[in-house]
Design a protein around this ligand. Structure first.
Ligand SMILES: Cc1cc2nc3c(=O)[nH]c(=O)nc-3n(C[C@H](O)[C@H](O)[C@H](O)COP(=O)(O)OP(=O)(O)OC[C@H]3O[C@@H](n4cnc5c(N)ncnc54)[C@H](O)[C@@H]3O)c2cc1C
Length: 384
């Protein structure tokens, strides 16, 4: 404990401490507007907390579990069909998860997310089944508002994830998870795709990467692209075009997916040439959407720095955002790894990046950890 106070004092003196004051990207006009909206809407008594988590995937629940175990009594908004996805996040849209450690026989996505929730609740997280509609990060405590609840929080973790874009055509829902997926890294190695033809839809870097990746498993990979040129970087295009197992179907879009005996699993797709109108029948066991992701950040506009694609900008290697005391974890700030385990890992980063000043084992105060302090050292010198 003494060591802890020393470190806390050191933190106070640190020249790095004002780092997050760089909230320049925040638009004061929209912050003021959203504050006014909140005052109007805050009919009921606000809930007060040290830590508010927005989002209910692996990142959100990991952050909540660590915060709850530190007796910070977190409030977590899990969303109510936020972005048309059930509380629990993207894993609720898939069947078997076979790459999350601890489940040698795999586990259903829904069951895994139920377990995250159960564990979070068990350690003391207060879970609200509501979607956050606006936030005000311009003053402290921060204000987080859903349709019916206003939460005032000393710190916020944004873990609202992203949604993989999908296309709609006859069969796209029927064969979802029965041959159709939006995550090659997650599902590509499944036995149903082994040594069988696979179709990838897209023309950007992700489509090139996923197509190349899938050639490890499929007998052949067709990239269906609606234009006559890719928008992927030259190097990524080159890799795909030079791969002997990849064939490109230009100027075309998938118009139907069908299954064996009509009901599945997926047996093939009909692909229409948008120039000639010809329809090609491709026999395939897999269809992967690789047309990008949409981060769930609309409610943050003007409050946090977002990049051109709408992802929350975090300081490299950390979960710090443009506003001190607001952290972002998981897919909402990660375009690269996009996996449950990496999302969960970044949920823990919050605990390290925004560590706690241990005055006593019962009283914690959130502080930002400067870069010149080894956060692990801090972590172990606190009483849990
Ligand atoms: C089809 C598919 C299969 C996948 N399979 C695997 C796999 O096998 N293994 C693997 O490791 N990864 C897999 N992934 C990737 C994995 O699901 C994600 O990387 C991971 O779920 C990201 O976690 P997250 O916590 O960042 O956010 P998400 O899982 O996206 O969860 C965030 C959730 O927060 C809630 N939310 C959003 N907005 C709000 C709001 N305004 N207010 C309140 N709540 C809100 C919603 O419920 C939202 O879904 C798969 C993804 C997909 C799409």
């Amino acid at each position: 404990m003494r060591l802890c106070s020393k470190l806390a004092a050191l933190l106070k003196k640190s020249r790095f401490l004002p780092f997050a004051a760089a909230s320049a990207a925040v638009s004061s006009t929209s912050a003021a507007a959203s504050a006014a909206t909140m005052q109007d809407s805050a009919a009921s008594t606000p809930l007060r907390t040290k830590v508010c988590v927005i989002g209910s995937g692996p990142a959100g629940h990991t952050a909540a579990i660590y915060a709850a175990r530190a007796e910070l009594k977190p409030i977590l908004f899990e969303g109510f069909l936020a972005n048309d996805i059930a509380a629990g996040g993207q894993l609720t849209t898939t069947t078997d998860v076979e790459n999350f450690p601890g489940f040698p026989d795999g586990i259903l996505g829904l069951e895994l997310t139920d377990r995250f929730r159960l564990q979070s609740q068990k350690v003391g997280t207060n879970i609200l089944t509501e979607t956050v509609s606006s936030v005000d990060f311009s003053t402290k405590p921060f204000r987080i508002l859903s349709d019916s609840t206003l939460v005032l929080a000393d710190s916020v973790i944004v873990a609202t994830g992203a949604v993989a874009r999908r296309l709609k055509f006859p069969g796209s829902e029927t064969f979802w998870n029965r041959g159709i997926s939006a995550c090659a890294v997650c599902d590509g190695a499944a036995p149903i795709f082994r040594n069988r033809p696979i179709v990838v839809i897209g023309g950007g870097d992700s489509a090139m990467e996923e197509a190349n990746f899938l050639t490890k498993y499929g007998s052949k990979v067709y990239i269906v692209h609606r234009r006559d040129a890719f928008r992927a970087s030259k190097i990524m295009q080159k890799r795909a075009l030079e791969n002997p197992k990849i064939e490109v179907v230009w100027n075309s879009e998938v118009v139907e997916a069908y299954g064996e005996g009509g009901t599945g699993p997926l047996a093939g797709v009909k692909v229409k040439n948008v120039v000639t109108g010809d329809v090609l029948d491709i026999k395939a066991s897999g269809l992967f959407f690789a047309i990008g992701h949409e981060p769930a950040t609309k409610f943050l506009a003007g409050q946090l720095e977002l990049d051109a694609d709408g992802y929350v900008v975090t300081k490299p290697g950390s979960t710090h955002t443009s506003v001190k005391g607001v952290f972002a974890a998981g897919d909402v700030q990660d375009k690269k790894y996009r996996q449950a385990i990496t999302a969960a890992g970044s949920g823990l980063h919050f605990r390290i990046n925004g560590l706690f000043n241990c005055k006593s084992s019962r009283e914690f105060k959130l502080v930002d950890v400067p870069d010149n302090i080894n956060p692990k050292f801090m972590l172990f010198s606190c009483v849990w």
